[in-house]
Design a protein around this ligand. Sequence first.
Ligand code: SF4
Ligand code: SF4
Length: 457
Amino acid sequence: MATDSHGRTTFSRGVHPPESKHLTEDRPIEPGPGVAELSILLSQHIGAPCQAAVKKGDLVQAGQKIGECQAFVCAPVHAPVAGKVKELALRPHPVLGRCQAIAIEPQEPASPTLPSFSLPADFDPTRHTPQEICEAVRDAGLVGMGGAGFPTSVKIQPDAKPPKHTLLVNGCECEPYITCDYRLMLEWTDQVLAGIRLAQRACGASKVFIGVEDNKPKAIDAVGAAIKRAGSGSDIRVVSLQTKYPQGGERQLINAVLGQTVPTGGIPPMIGVVVINVATAAAIADAVLYHRPLTHRVVTVTGEAIAKAGNYYVPIGTPVEALIEFCGGVTEKSAKVVMGGPMMGLAIADLNTPITKTSGAVTVLTRRQIGQAKFERRQTACIRCGRCLEVCPENLSPTRIAHAVRSNLLDVAQSYFISACIECGCCSYVCPANIELTGYIKTGKIFLARQRKKMPA
Ligand code: SF4
Ligand code: SF4
């Protein structure tokens, strides 16, 4: 943990890329487009994919479970709208390339309606047992909506060992351009807070911290006021953090707020901490209080090449192309469509790629921007400046790992803790030689995963 002269805390290392949130931060959440087909991917989470529970030609109702779990670490999927199952087929997946999906033709391809949420006047999380909360969250198919996609019911399960003393809520949204979580904190504040209190009840944490970066003062005020209204100020605190990327990484957030370090290769529960994102918290409230499954989410559609950037409420399964068209299309020849933000997002080649439970943004970058981001500049030899080491939030040696991968020495890359890399992109961002260090590291991880699959059990 580091503290600046104003007493604001943050994690060690990291970078300060241009924030570029002005395009959408003042745009309230609006309904997105109605579409002729939704593709519900059967793998939208960490863990085993779910199994289709419907077949071609079946009629489905809005909210019906259409993909079932057959493993503990899994999350079911539901139909966002009433319609007909067109087919079960492979569809583009933002991470896996292609994945089995259920294609649904909506009965009415109408624009979605913004959900209504009013907190019951007598809301009291202790009226729900931890097991009830966990089951509702599991049935609703909730996963970490900040990008990781870990099934939420597994994270917040009661009686887990070691016991959880702290619930840490991620309201940082440190990735440039993205503002969907910011708008949720401003517009759906009571829902977010109700979900936090339910998650606290489920996992048994005695302390709750909501980490928000200080470039979002309105969100800090809104959440603080909601805590006062709820009368739960004693055990829930909003922490204003110095704005820096990648503060939203679980390990970085724990370091910034609690001053603790998760061991290399470890996960937060090992030190008694559960981390959830604000969008996940809002979905927990929906699941427990209204029995609504996770079928829609807010997505920021942004970038200098988008005609009408904004924050849109859309059914999961909406193709990226439909979203871009709904936003007036691209205004100039764009170079890259990214699922997510420019630092950690993944470029997609197929615009039929559907929105998943973890897709917080679609960012359309121009050629000029990509040139500025150095990706198109010529790579030169490493000048041993050490900048990549100085910024790596995981304290790794990016240049050594990348060199090992380039030389096909995967065992050497492992000895430099390649698997501890969180793929934040900080090292590539600062490299004056334009070496795509993160790209090499990602490639090395893919090769290692393939090697592990081939190994006998
Ligand atoms: S090595 Fe990994 S964790 Fe470190 S800066 Fe590069 S991408 Fe980020
Ligand atoms: S930042 Fe680039 S040039 Fe500098 S040491 Fe790292 S890899 Fe080499």
